[in-house]
Design a protein around this ligand. Structure first.
Ligand code: PAD
Ligand code: ZN
Length: 369
């Protein structure tokens, strides 16, 4: 197979609009898959790169929340074939490293190295422009008409699952629901607070509802996000622009919640989540903080046996979790339609990021359908 031309949104430098331009895409190599992208969600993690808060290889095709249709496979690919519908994983776990071996594929050494380099698993990207490499966010680069990804980054799904909604499973839904189910293992009847109810936080809210949590307290600074959080299962809301969220949560759930999730990525709100966690409870940091940021915690609180942990990709075991999420959606038990506030063509990508920055959307998607 020959190289193909694609149209993609390319990040060159922070604080500059992405450039929508033609790139060359190499044919899939051993263990790789060519995918026609159907849709790619616009996640705040990509906005962190654009805002210069988190470093990334440059130039890079951003976009890591995608689904599409397999068009061709490289040598040795066995699990998918042309025509298959797939959700893409930005942590294409190798299955052999120590983390994979102990059942923590979201921490896979090989996939996380590829992620930090912006390459495929062999250390090189498949996009190029006039002969120079163009890197791919999360071994995906989903803001492109087509991309090449590792076989391990493809999760085959049912063909009756709409691909635009399936795309959301690739990051926001997996991360949010997974933080509840896989990382925290929230118990039925327990109290949960969610600080930050955007595209990922709303999925923490619905994950808590799925887990049968008792009180689900949504915290945000935008009233329309709190309204959405109610639709997704929040039982209480706190507007942190009007009142102290820690005091408010500790009043609603006497002494604090069993589980508090931070889904913004700021030291202040991580501290708030910790402070609203009750004795013996668990604070889960989902938000990605700016590079170099530090959080300070009251050391005395450890005597109360509080735990604080991170959650990467919702503890995803993609081949198990994605089909489960698809079944929940098709059974009417997982909200995805309600997450898609807007659809943009690839040319509208910079407007989509601006809307995300302003807090206007639950999630928006770039649709190629
Ligand atoms: P988003 O912009 O859709 O949502 C953020 C929400 O936080 C918005 O609703 C804001 O109004 C709200 N907010 C902002 N400041 C405050 C505040 N001081 N108090 C309360 N609410 C506030 O972003 P997103 O949902 O796409 O992503 C959220 C974070 O999760 C972001 O840091 C992203 O990088 C991270 C993320 N982490 C993983 C992971 O694997 N851990 C995966 C995907 C995204
Ligand atoms: Zn994301």
């Amino acid at each position: 197979m020959e190289e193909v031309q694609v149209k993609a949104a390319v990040f060159y430098r922070p604080h500059e609009p992405l450039a929508v331009e033609e790139l060359e895409l190499e044919a899939p190599r051993q263990g790789e898959v060519l995918v026609r992208v159907a849709a790619c969600g616009v996640c705040h993690s990509d906005l962190h790169f654009i805002e210069g808060l988190v470093p990334i290889a440059s130039p890079s095709v951003l976009g890591h929340e995608a689904a599409g249709v397999v068009e061709a496979v490289g040598p040795g690919v066995e699990s998918v074939r042309p025509g298959d519908h797939v959700v893409l994983s930005f942590i294409p776990a190798c299955g052999r490293c120590p983390y994979c071996a102990v059942g923590r594929p979201n921490l896979c050494t090989v996939a996380n190295r590829a992620m930090s380099r912006g390459t495929m698993l062999d250390g090189t990207p498949r996009f190029s422009r006039q002969g120079s490499p163009v890197y791919q966010m999360g071994a995906i680069g989903g803001f492109a008409t087509r991309t090449v990804v590792p076989e391990a980054g493809c999760v085959k799904i049912r063909e009756d699952m709409p691909l635009d909604r399936a795309a959301l499973l690739g990051c926001g839904v997996m991360t949010g629901v997974g933080a509840v189910i896989n990382t925290a293992r929230v118990q039925a009847g327990s109290d949960v607070a969610v600080v930050g109810c955007g595209g990922v936080g709303l999925n923490v809210v619905q994950g808590a509802a799925l887990a049968g949590a008792g009180r689900i307290i949504a915290v945000d600074i935008l009233p329309h996000k709190l309204e959405l959080a109610r639709q997704f299962g929040a039982t209480h809301t706190v507007d942190a622009s009007r009142e102290d969220p820690v005091a408010a949560v500790r009043q609603i759930a006497a002494g604090g919640v069993d589980y508090a999730f931070e889904v913004i990525g700021r030291p202040e709100t991580i501290r708030q989540a910790f402070d609203m966690t009750r004795r013996g409870g668990l604070t889960v940091v989902v938000g990605v903080a700016p590079a170099g940021a530090e959080v300070s915690l009251p050391a005395g609180a450890f005597l109360t046996e509080k735990t604080i942990t991170g959650s990467a990709y919702g503890g995803a075991r993609m081949s198990v979790d994605v089909p489960r999420l698809v079944e929940l959606y098709l059974a009417g038990r997982l909200k995805l339609d309600e997450l898609i506030s807007r659809r943009y063509p690839l040319e509208g990508i910079n407007d989509a990021f601006e809307a995300l920055r302003r807090g206007e959307v639950a999630r928006s998607i770039v649709s190629f359908l």
